[in-house]
Design a protein around this ligand. Structure first.
Ligand code: PLP
Length: 360
């Protein structure tokens, strides 16, 4: 068996020890005589798996008691709709920060349910910047403020949390949740697809302050009402049980590493060394402004685009895969989520330097 260093933006790399544990428990989960995939979501075995996963996530993020954690389906893309459906609550409009492809999709979806007030729009910089904190003039009557703290495609991460006063702050943290410490109490709603930094695709996690639950537009399906899921412990219908289980293994793994303070230190080191390698080189460039470079998604452009295909081919042959950049940015993109070992980043840097020396 040989495993590669997989730099995919998502679904993405998982910790090897997690995969080994899932593999060891595949046929017989802890003496139950069955796979987690085969268990009733209402049985005591799965109940214990579900409760432990939630408890570990609460510990990792120090989630305050007045927040519910929901384990849902539909992806972050479903939350683009569920946020307005649940939080507009009779108000006319919501404020949005448009800073990349994902917030653009969130804006387009929200417009189906209410008015969207664009408080910032970085389209002109090709989404390589974030707005100055002091330039953000929020509407005090907005139902909520929505932003995307880490835009996965261009690799732009906010270096600050927008200050929205009494207006609930909503964040799509699909690609940077658990990458560093976080003060959940700043937010009304945090959501993410699991397939970047948490676990397998098919699971969407929502962290929502309790006072924001129960105000959904009644014309909408019950499945899109946070209250439906909060009242039923995320078991109104069958939840994505296997993804929930693997997510729980990942949470336990992060706690074993020392929690988010330890994870944060490793991620900072990984990102800084890759950016340094890019900046020190005359061949690779990163298009993002220095104050908002993502720790998780790091694009780099080769000076000669004609060499892109060769780079990808030789990198793959060296066990460094899924480096092709998003078509809107070009070049390469290395997604270095929590599960990417530091050795993977070191190997990528060594490969880049050797490629520059021999091909550029
Ligand atoms: C991947 C991603 C999405 C889309 O997630 P789905 O689960 O596929 O709907 C949304 N927002 C961000 C920031 C992402 O990285």
């Amino acid at each position: 068996m040989s495993r590669v260093f997989n730099f995919s933006a998502g679904p993405a790399i998982l910790p090897e020890t997690v995969l080994q544990q899932a593999s060891a428990e595949m046929l017989d989960w802890q003496g139950s005589g069955m796979s987690v995939m085969e268990m009733s979501h209402r049985g005591k075995e799965f109940k214990s798996i579900a409760e432990k996963a939630e408890a570990d996530l609460r510990t990792l993020l120090a989630i305050p008691d007045n927040y519910k954690v929901l384990f849902l389906q539909g992806g972050a893309s479903m939350q683009f709709a569920m946020a307005p459906i649940n939080l507009l609550a009779g108000k006319k409009s919501a404020d949005y920060l448009l800073t990349g492809q994902w917030s653009k999709k969130a804006v387009a979806e929200a417009k189906r349910y209410g008015e969207v007030n664009l408080v910032a729009d970085t389209t002109e910089s090709k989404f390589t910047t974030v707005p100055e904190a002091s330039s953000l003039a929020f509407d005090p009557d907005a139902a909520y403020v929505h932003y995307t703290p880490n835009e996965t495609i261009v690799g732009v991460e906010f270096p600050y949390i927008p200050e929205t006063g009494d207006v609930p702050l909503v964040a799509d943290m699909s690609s940077n949740i658990l990458s560093r410490q976080l003060d959940v109490s700043h937010y009304g709603l945090i959501y993410m697809g699991a397939q970047k930094n948490i676990g397998p695709a098919g699971l969407t996690i929502v962290i929502v302050r309790e006072d924001l639950i129960g105000k959904a537009n009644p014309a909408m399906p019950a499945m899109l009402d946070y209250k439906t899921h909060a009242d039923n412990g995320s078991m109104y219908n069958t939840p994505p049980t296997y993804s929930w289980y693997v997510a729980g293994l990942v949470f336990a793994w992060a706690l074993d590493l020392g929690g988010l303070a330890a994870v944060e230190a490793i991620n900072q080191r990984k990102a800084e060394k890759l950016y340094k390698a890019i900046d020190d080189s005359a061949f690779y460039t990163n298009p993002v402004a220095l104050n908002c470079r993502s720790w998780m998604n790091i694009p780099f452009i080769l000076a000669d685009a004609e060499l892109d295909a060769t780079f990808i081919e030789q990198a793959a042959a060296a066990g460094l895969t899924s480096l092709k950049g998003h078509r809107s940015v070009g070049g390469m993109r290395a997604s270095i989520y929590n599960a990417m070992p530091e050795a993977g980043v070191d190997k990528l840097i060594a490969f880049m330097q050797e490629f520059e020396r021999t091909r550029a």
